[in-house]
Write a protein that binds this ligand. Structure first.
Ligand code: FAD
Ligand code: NAI
Length: 484
């Protein structure tokens, strides 16, 4: 008999698996189709998508290991702790990372079982619609084995994204790598080239730099971290280039990329900077120039599922596509390509399907870069407010004025808060510093509740904590900081 569900999710990444679980929690019969893209050693489908398998989680595991190595080499000494011959074992580092990934991906399997979500391993493809039911073909990796057709009242597409390729630069994930290869080096390259000074370039560039590689990052744009608040970008530039030694070249034009013959450098990148031609020789190259939505083999054209000019599934403000009862969430639709954004969309959609008031506020989605110092923000940047003609007040306090940061020996960076000059409502908070990823949560919460800077200034923050910098920054908006 044909399997039939209230909700069928295509794709088991953060957008998809959360939607499938929430649908089941809401009493809907729920299934998730996930391809073999991230099968484990036994050939079993791995849930969690890009984020768990080759994105957020493994990159953060390596960032943590490399940060500890860097601290052991450079920071312990100021605490009076010294030792000789700090050793690094890349294989152990990678094993630890793989174990964390394995633990989390199998955890989602367990959550599916607990919530009675049916996992359908295979590639999902639209076939058509009959009697208000969508027919979805679930085929094996090669399009044949285990082929079956299932039916669902609602379909949620959560097929994610893949790394953007540059023409003439073939990724083999051995010498020229995308995110997947860059998370699995078996040794530290002596010279690492990176194309793209975005989030992946800076996070993974930092990992391998801390472990001892000479890292050169080639960025096409003339400005560094254009999406961040300019004050944050300026501080980050100073720390990453001058203190940490990342060699970042802006405004470059990448030319020919070739593999070397025996005896030559493994990878040669020809590029132009200004009017000058240069060549970068390196042992490995990471290409991190953004990601593109993934809809290959989904059968969009067969059923008339509309894509936009950039290949993303076109949706309204509540993730409805142009087809009745077909929804799309996560990286495959417009908006920031962030795991938590996809998860929130998945929850919103299933709650709407269940007749509830699903909701997402795209203005309060936090951004985090897990470099050191970390960079995190929510809301508008100062340059955005200027260009929108909004009248605002600013508070900015450095971590060097914070007792906890001094105790931790990590005082770089600051918190900057932007509030409406008339209403005092918080419009944006920008943090560069240790633990920015955690500190930004207070700002997100404040903005979700429509708080003013005065609201934060009147909240008691534990002493001594880094969060006091948020408090002090709120006071600074009103020009009355107490400790600076
Ligand atoms: P995906 O995670 O891409 O999942 C889509 C899934 O659908 C995949 O498992 C795929 O196999 C499956 N699929 C595709 N087509 C089909 C089909 N036809 N049938 C069945 N299954 C199909 N975001 C953050 O918020 N924080 C971070 O720290 C962070 N770090 C990152 C680090 C790196 C190196 C990278 C590459 C990304 C990072 N991201 C981070 C982004 C984050 O991984 C994505 O935003 C997130 O994974 C998107 O979730 P998704 O569910 O939309 O898609
Ligand atoms: P990105 O968009 O962050 O950065 C890509 C960079 O490459 C940009 O600076 C761009 O100007 C540059 N670029 C593009 N074409 C180029 C060319 N031909 N030559 C030189 N430079 C070029 O994309 P990235 O780093 O690949 O990451 C993809 C996405 O994954 C991110 O946008 C983000 O959504 C997500 N991600 C999120 C993380 C987080 O939340 N901490 C971590 C890593 C990825």
């Amino acid at each position: 008999m044909t399997k039939r569900f209230d909700v069928l999710v295509i794709g088991g990444g953060p957008g998809g698996y959360v939607a499938a679980i929430r649908a089941a929690q809401l009493g809907l019969s729920s299934a998730c189709v996930e391809s073999q893209a991230y099968a484990d050693a036994k050939g079993e489908v791995r849930l969690g998508g890009t984020c768990l398998n080759v994105g957020c989680i493994p990159s953060k595991a390596l960032l943590q290991s490399s940060e500890l190595y860097d601290q052991a080499n450079h920071s312990f000494v100021m605490h009076g702790i010294g030792f000789e011959n700090v050793r690094m074992d890349v294989a152990t580092m990678m094993r630890r990372k793989d174990n964390i990934v394995g633990q989390l991906t199998s955890g989602i399997r367990a959550l599916f079982k607990k919530n009675k979500v049916t996992l359908l391993p295979g590639r999902g493809k639209f076939q058509g619609r009959d009697n208000d039911l969508w027919q979805i073909e679930v085929a094996g990796k090669d399009g044949s084995t285990g082929r079956e057709v299932v039916e669902a009242r609602h379909v949620i597409v959560a097929t994610g994204s893949t790394a953007r390729q540059l023409p003439g630069i073939p990724v083999d994930n051995k010498l020229i790598c995308d995110n997947a290869g860059a998370l699995s080096f078996d040794a530290v390259p002596r010279r690492l080239g990176v194309i793209g000074a975005g989030v992946i370039g800076l996070e993974l560039g930092s990992v391998w730099k801390r472990l001892g590689a000479e890292v050169t990052i080639l960025e096409a744009l003339p400005d560094f971290l254009g999406a961040a608040d300019q004050a944050v970008a300026k501080e980050a530039w100073k720390v990453f280039t001058r203190k940490q030694g990342l060699d970042i070249k802006l405004g470059v034009n990448i030319g020919k990329v070739s593999l070397g013959r025996p005896g030559e450098a493994p990878v040669r990148i020809e590029y132009e900077s200004g009017d000058e031609a240069h060549t970068l020789e390196c042992d490995k190259l990471i290409v991190s120039v953004g990601r593109v939505p993934f809809t290959e083999g989904l059968g969009c054209a067969d059923v008339g599922l509309k894509l936009d000019e950039r290949g993303r599934i076109a949706v309204d403000g509540q993730c409805r596509t142009n087809l009745e009862n077909v929804w799309a969430v996560g990286d495959v639709v417009p908006g920031p390509m962030l795991a938590h954004k996809g998860m929130e969309e998945g929850i919103m959609v299933t709650e709407l399907i269940a007749g509830q008031a699903g909701h997402i506020d795209y203005n309060t989605i936090p951004w985090v870069m897990y470099t050191h110092p970390e960079i995190a923000w929510v809301g508008k940047t100062e340059q955005q407010l200027k260009s929108e003609g909004v009248d605002y007040r600013i508070g900015q306090i450095p971590f060097s004025a914070n007792g906890r940061a001094l105790g931790q020996g990590d005082t770089s960076g600051f918190v900057k808060m932007l509030a409406d000059a008339r209403t005092d409502r918080i419009l944006g908070v920008h943090i560069i510093g240790n633990n920015a990823s955690e500190l930004v949560a207070e700002a997100v919460m404040a903005m979700e509740f429509g708080a003013s800077s005065e609201d934060i200034a009147r909240i008691c923050h534990a002493h001594p904590t880094l969060s006091e910098t948020m408090h002090e920054t709120a006071l600074a908006v009103d020009k009355r900081p107490l400790h600076f």
